[in-house]
Ligand binder design. Sequence first.
Ligand code: PLP
Length: 456
Amino acid sequence: MTTASSTIQAPSRNSAIDAATPPSLEELWMPFTANRAFKRAPRMLVAAKDMYYTAADGRRILDGTAGLWCVNAGHCRESITAAIREQAGVMDYAPPFQMGHPLAFELAQQLTRMLPDGIDHVFFGNSGSEAVDTSLKIALAYWQAKGEPQRVRFIGRQRGYHGVGFGGIAVGGIEANRKQFAGQLLPAVDHLPHTHDLANNAYTRGQPEHGAHFADALEDLVTKHGANTIAAVIIEPVAGSTGVIIPPKGYLERIREICDKHGILLIFDEVITGFGRLGASFGATKFGVVPDMMTVAKGITNAAVPMGAVCVRHAIYDTVVNTANAGIELFHGYTYSGHPLAAAAGLATLEIYRTEGLFERAASLESVWEDAVHSLRGSPNVIDLRNIGIVGAIELEPRPGAPGARGFETFVKCFEAGVLVRSTADTVALSPPLIIERDQISQMFEVVRGVLRNVA
Ligand code: PLP
């Protein structure tokens, strides 16, 4: 399938590999997975270090996706592992309701130092989905506290992904994620059009020139529903899970302007775009557009312990907390909000980002990365290539009558050839750890190029 030189060599086996055959695959109901097909032909990972996974058969797999857009500093970093281990021995758990522990406060403070000016309070959860649903609840609580309780409507965007909570799938715009649950989604939600425009923008490097006007649809939704019924707009600065849609120049600025004009809160879902992925701390920083709330997760702990967070402007915290009667101000929280192990992992992770300058490193690699992505132009079935920061997308022509099949086969064959990529329908996405070296970028794209030649 690939030439010998583009296939990554297997290292020696280790104990993780020897322990890798589970007695049964049946009992586990796997998430977002074709369970029956997987269990017939499993792809099992058993170890990870820096840029590589080790597969159950001992092969090294170059991680082209930072796990699931989350291991931004590379795998099994010593300082993160040590921080988790140490915290587990000191205090495994502390209840977060009416009690506190120092690391959660410290992490909130460290995180706010990285955020755009004015966003200075943090609410912790355990995932991106929880962060999204929390942000929607905070928006509702804010408008209640402001004396505008009729502002309850949320505006999402077609093809948006905001996790799998009921709030997240309601504002999300990936139809497959909604249709099994369509009978019970949040009632007051509308969607902006997505900005993917192959006819005008195919093979753009970075942000497309064409498409700022897609933001004007927000004015139409305001006219349709009335600004005073809309609580918030939620969008990903770069839509990731749907197959990487990069905002056209001027689009996010225009969304911000329209939200300001009508007093609507703007939420950036930065679960993927946060922590250096775009060659800047956050999408808000990269694009110079500051929302009212940001949801983050994934890279906050380098994925070593689950954690998510909502970061809010001062005025939102102030309005909800300082105008409330004495007592609990927001009736929301999770048993594991700010969990000690996650907080320890988060602090160690932010320290790596700072001391290794990983966001700057990502920015400095951006042009090499861009050239590598666009070197696939002309490969069989490729109809678009997109890039921003250390994110790349290869859009393939769908096979007639079998949408998604070509993308999935590319993913499987890349894995067999030693590179982990991610496929969403017929788009293959690449988002490696930010520690990637130039020769690993070349190696990754040579493998993908070889696979594309062999996928009919
Ligand atoms: N929001 C965005 C933009 C995401 O990309 C994701 C996950 O990929 C989520 C939310 C959900 O995060 P989680 O899977 O941690 O719940």
